[in-house]
Design a binder for this molecule. Structure first.
Ligand SMILES: Cc1ncc(COP(=O)(O)O)c(C=O)c1O
Length: 363
């Protein structure tokens, strides 16, 4: 059966991107973010491919960690939101997970139990994002409690920047100042940088970097592309399933909100919001058919989009359409949808078929 929509994941590009990150942050361990199914790329396949070149993986939920362990991942897995209840801590121990501890309740739960099955804890400081983390006031108490206990597992201290993707935002300076003042004197490895921070300031690399989006070859910045040394890992394709020639004045799709200003050739393509291609994609959103950039016209429907192929010399039923990938950057598509690339990648649905290839990035 022909696949309607395929996400082709290039493991060669993934490993290349990871090596590029390692050469940017030479002295840091890489904690590869594979939460949300590795940003829609398939967490188990991505983690298995990266396991030889990274120091560990970051996940948001116990279920995500469990799936990685079940698929045979043996490296460190960090549970970024930690645990809230004793039974969750018990599962984390069983799975030998590193846990982020970000509030007193968790620390107390942890210290009530024997911790030898937790390979490492990541103490999270809230330096200003105000989402997770101990407050600056609570921070000294955390270490007093640990000192008074018989806790002896390795510790990493971490925080997260709210505006790393806007390197000149004053919030960064404030958060970095608070982080340094609170952790500089501590004898523990430190971690602060997501993709944007890795790219903008090598002083923020510390002992562990935590790249997500850049691993997948996508820029974390709104209007600054990644260096060409990075390659998009995912290519999302669908097929031309119908072709028609329309005279000027005819409208296309739901709401009849696109009207042909002149005679146009229209291809109907087998992807829609039921596959995760956003309904917000406006007329003019780019795609590529047979090496030619074309534009979406009319509304995205559940299973189909319509594309103006008037400028193509040759287009046939079954031709493949790149919705995003190496030729049509997802960052550009996201802009046309008033969304961010993270949302597009993590929004793909179970209808999409995945295919893993290992092509050299120079091909
Ligand atoms: C704590 C933490 N670190 C690192 C990352 C990776 O961020 P990015 O994908 O922007 O590199 C995330 C992602 O949300 C995160 O929550």
């Amino acid at each position: 059966m022909t696949k309607r929509v395929t996400a082709t994941i290039n493991i060669g590009a993934l490993i290349n991107n990871c090596n590029e990150i390692q050469s940017l942050a030479e002295h840091s361990n890489i904690l590869a973010m594979v939460k949300a199914d590795a940003y829609g790329h398939g967490a188990c396949d991505v983690a298995k491919a990266l396991e030889p070149v990274v120091a560990g993986f970051g996940v948001a939920t116990l279920e995500e960690a469990e799936a990685l362990r079940r698929s045979g991942v043996e490296s460190s897995i960090v549970l970024l939101e930690g645990f809230n209840f004793p039974h969750e801590l018990a599962i984390a121990k069983e799975l030998k997970l590193d846990v982020v501890v970000h509030q007193m309740k968790q620390l107390e739960l942890l210290l009530e139990t024997s911790c030898t099955d937790i390979p490492r804890i990541w103490l999270k400081l809230d330096t200003g994002m105000h989402r997770l983390g101990f407050s600056l006031l609570e921070w000294p108490t955390v270490f007093e409690k640990l000192e008074q206990s018989d806790f002896s597992q390795p510790i990493v201290v971490m925080s997260h920047l709210a505006c790393a993707d806007e390197p000149n935002h004053p919030q960064n300076k404030n958060q970095i100042r608070s982080f340094l003042a609170s952790v500089e004197h501590l004898p523990f490895p430190k971690s602060l940088a997501n993709s944007a921070a890795i790219l903008s300031d090598s002083n923020l690399h510390f002992d562990w970097v935590r790249p997500g989006i850049m691993l997948y070859g996508v820029s974390p910045f709104d209007s600054k592309p990644l260096s060409p040394l990075f390659t998009p890992v995912m290519s999302l394709t669908a097929s031309v399933i119908a072709l028609r020639d329309l005279p000027a004045g005819e409208t296309i799709g739901y709401g009849a909100n696109y009207q042909c200003d002149k005679p146009r050739r229209i291809a109907t393509v087998s992807i829609g919001y039921g596959d995760g291609y956003p309904r917000a994609a406006e007329t003019g959103t780019p795609c590529m058919i047979n090496g030619v950039r074309c534009s979406l016209v009319g509304r995205v429907s559940m299973d189909m989009v319509t594309v103006d192929v008037s400028d193509l010399d040759c287009v046939e039923l079954g031709d493949q359409v790149e919705l995003w990938g190496r030729n049509v950057r997802i960052e550009e598509v996201a802009k046309h949808c008033n969304m961010i690339a993270y949302e597009l990648l993590t929004g793909l649905t179970g209808r999409v078929s995945y295919q893993y290839v290992r092509h050299s990035v120079r091909e």
